[in-house]
Ligand binder design. Structure first.
Ligand SMILES: [Zn+2]
Length: 92
């Protein structure tokens, strides 16, 4: 069964595992037993690992406002190769 979020006027939000058929019914708050209405939230985004959350946020920002780069950042440059034939290859 899915987990739904409800809001209590006194205690705040709480989650409840319920059947889909009862998802719109008000639910009793576990703290004060008042009825709370369902709150619509984004699915499980608050439970993401912080590093994954940063990656998802960064990817979203990058798709909306990509940064323009005119050169390769120093940290992204590969280390020079020690193989004898590599220095003769064309460079960007
Ligand atoms: Zn309550």
């Amino acid at each position: 069964m899915p987990t739904y979020t409800y809001a209590c006027a006194r205690c705040g939000t709480f989650e409840l595992v319920r059947s889909i058929a009862r998802r719109t019914d008000p639910a009793h708050c576990p703290g004060c037993d008042r009825l709370g209405a369902r709150v619509f939230t984004s699915p499980h985004l608050s439970r993401l690992d912080p590093s994954l959350d940063r990656a998802v946020t960064s990817a979203g920002l990058s798709s909306e406002r990509p940064k323009v780069t005119r050169h390769v950042p120093p940290a992204a440059r590969p280390a020079p190769s020690a193989r004898p034939g590599h220095p003769a290859l064309p460079r960007p």
